[in-house]
Write a protein that binds this ligand. Structure first.
Ligand SMILES: *Cc1c(COP(=O)(O)O)cnc(C)c1O
Length: 230
């Protein structure tokens, strides 16, 4: 199969999963954005997916992302930084990405907002760490509301909601329970602080159906879209 046929087939099968999950919870399929988590995938393969209609790319490693952006120069593609953020890299991240998903400190948000050169504010998502895993970034649920209130006040930052990478759970009810906590938190931050947070970046290859059932608006899919990584 050519790379182009492969890309169309893979995009079609993920879209079918999104459509089914949306139908089960009476949601519009257009309310869920597919982000291709393209770390460690070749530029040639990622370009075929972009040619075939993928418009949102999620990257974890800055230099790898900048190389890909140079070779997939589509003005209508959005680039999402989904990796861990080092504070000495915020300028390059701000210059190369439309969305940053892993914000977990006020200082990082302030730097990103001030270093973002373009006219529109940079879109930020606060990362939650529901299982308090040391290997992952993010703040515990208990600290999220305060950080949310602080970031919302920064000029040039467009705080949009939350992102998380829960550890794998095999039971659907357990997957849903942790996603539901994020949704409840978003609703309560909106109410308490009068914010208009409108995005939940949650759901990956193994749990996208549960995430969509609990209100995810952005799913980040690597393996089930592009195939296994190197
Ligand atoms: C790699 C990655 C994904 C995609 O993971 P898959 O299990 O391959 O779908 C999603 N989100 C983040 C933050 C990642 O690093």
């Amino acid at each position: 199969m050519s790379n182009s046929d492969y890309a169309k087939q893979q995009l079609g099968s993920i879209q079918t999963r999104i459509d089914r999950a949306c139908a089960m919870s009476q949601r519009e399929p257009g309310s869920v954005t597919l982000i291709g988590a393209s770390k460690k995938q070749s530029i040639g393969l990622v370009s075929e997916f972009v040619e075939s209609g993928l418009r949102n790319l999620g990257e974890n490693y800055l230099q790898e992302a900048i190389d890909k952006q140079g070779q997939c120069p589509r003005l209508d593609a959005s680039w999402h930084f989904i990796g861990q953020i080092q504070s000495n890299k915020t300028k390059l991240i701000a210059e190369h990405f439309n969305w940053v998903h892993g914000v977990d400190r006020l200082k990082i948000a302030t730097r990103l907002a001030s270093q973002h050169g373009r006219n529109s504010p940079i879109n930020l998502l606060i990362q939650l760490n529901p299982d308090n895993e040391e290997t992952k970034g993010g703040v515990p649920f208990s600290a999220a509301a305060e950080l949310c209130q602080q970031i919302a006040e920064i000029d040039g930052a467009n705080l949009r909601g939350f992102m998380m990478i829960p550890r794998a759970r095999h039971e659907l009810t357990q997957q849903r329970a942790v996603f539901a906590q994020a949704r409840t938190l978003l609703e309560s931050c909106n109410q308490r602080y009068g914010l208009g947070l409108d995005h939940l970046s949650m759901g990956m290859s193994g749990d996208l159906e549960s995430a969509i059932a609990e209100g995810s608006t952005m799913i980040r899919i690597g393996t089930d879209l592009f195939g296994a990584r190197d």
